[in-house]
Design a protein around this ligand. Sequence first.
Ligand code: E4P
Ligand code: PEP
Length: 370
Amino acid sequence: MTTTAAETTSGTANLRVSQFTALPTPAELEAELPLDAPAAAVVERGRDQVRAVMDGVDDRLLVIAGPCSIHDPAAGLEYARRLAAAAKEHEEDLLVVMRAYFEKPRTTVGWKGLINDPLLDGSHDVATGLRMARKFLLDVAGLGLPAGTEFLEPISPQYTADLVSWGAIGARTAESQIHRQLSSGLSMPVGFKNGTDGDLQVALDACNAASAAQSFLGIDGDGRAALVSTAGNADTHVILRGGRKGPNYSAADVGAAAASAAGAGINPRLIVDASHANSGKSHHRQAEVALEIGAQLEAGGPSAQAIAGVMLESFLVGGAQKLDVGDVAAGTAVLAYGQSVTDACMEWDVTADVLAALAGAARARRTRAA
Ligand SMILES: O=C[C@H](O)[C@H](O)COP(=O)(O)O
Ligand SMILES: C=C(OP(=O)(O)O)C(=O)O
C-alpha cells in the first residue's frame, strides 16, 4: 500500500499526522470478495424479516446474538455455525441475527476492533481488517444467517454494508450528527442506543434525524470524497442498553420508552440489550436479564407488545480475557480460543438455554395475543 508523508504545501496542516496509507477502494474490495446471489438473498431476506418484526407484522422475537467483538474469524465462524443451527431450531418463534461487530467504540483507549487492528498487535493493518470483515460476513451469509453490526464511522460501511441486514449505532455515537447522517442512507433497519448516561432522548432524536433526507460528506465506491445525498431511513428504532444510573429493561422503563417513542413519531417497538449497563457488564447477570425480558413477554401488557427484539453478547466460552496488543506484537500473548477480548459474553451452553427460553416466551406472547 502507498504511504505518503503528511505534508501539505501550506505547511500548516497535518502537523500531528505521521503518514497517510492508501486503502483499496470499496469497489476493489467488492470485486475481490463479491456478494453472490445466494448471499444477497440472505441479506435481503434478513432485512425484510427484521423490518417485519420491528413493525409488528411478524410476531416473532428478534434476537441479535454473538460476540461482543469478532477478533478471531475462525472462532467467530464456529459460533455462527452453532447459532445457525439454533436459529433453525427456533425459527417459528425467533428471528436470529448474528451479532458481527468489527468496530469497537472505546470509553478511552483500547483495541478498536478487527477492522482497525486485525492482527491484534497494534499494527493497524486496516486493509486486511476490511478484507477479513467482508470475508467473515460472506461466510456468515453462506450459513444462511443474517448479520448485524455496529457502524462506528462513516467510511467502512462502503466496504461492508451490502452484507449487513441490521445496523446499530452505539451509545457513544448516537448523539453524533455524522452517525445520524450515515444512518439516513443505510439500506437496512438501524437501531440507536440510548446514551451512556441512560438518556433516551439522544436515541429518539437520532431516529428522527436518520429518518430525514440528509446531505453530507462521505466517500463513493471508488473511494473518492463525495457529497452524499440520502433519502432518509424509514426503518429506525431505539435500543435500550441501560445507563450510568442503572438498567432500563424493566416493564415500566420499556413502557415509558415506547410511549416516548410513539409521542415523537418513532417506532414504539424497540430492542432491549441484555448486556452493557442492563447487566452491569456481568455475563452471568446478562443471562438473568434475558430471562427477565422473556418473563415480561409471557406476562403480556404494554412492554410485551413493545419488545420487538433482544440483544445478547455471547461467544463459545463465557467471560472475557484481557488483550494486550504489546504482548501479541512480542509474540508472548496466550489467548483462549472462543473467548471475548472485549466485554464479557455468555458461554454457548447458557446462550442455547436462553434462546430456548426466549422462544418459549415468544410463543407464550403469541398464544396470549390469539
Ligand atoms: O461493547 C463494548 C464496550 O462496552 C464498549 O466498546 C466500551 O468498552 P470500554 O469501556 O472497555 O472501552
Ligand atoms: C459498544 C456497544 O454497546 P454500547 O454502545 O451500548 O456501549 C456494543 O454493543 O458493542
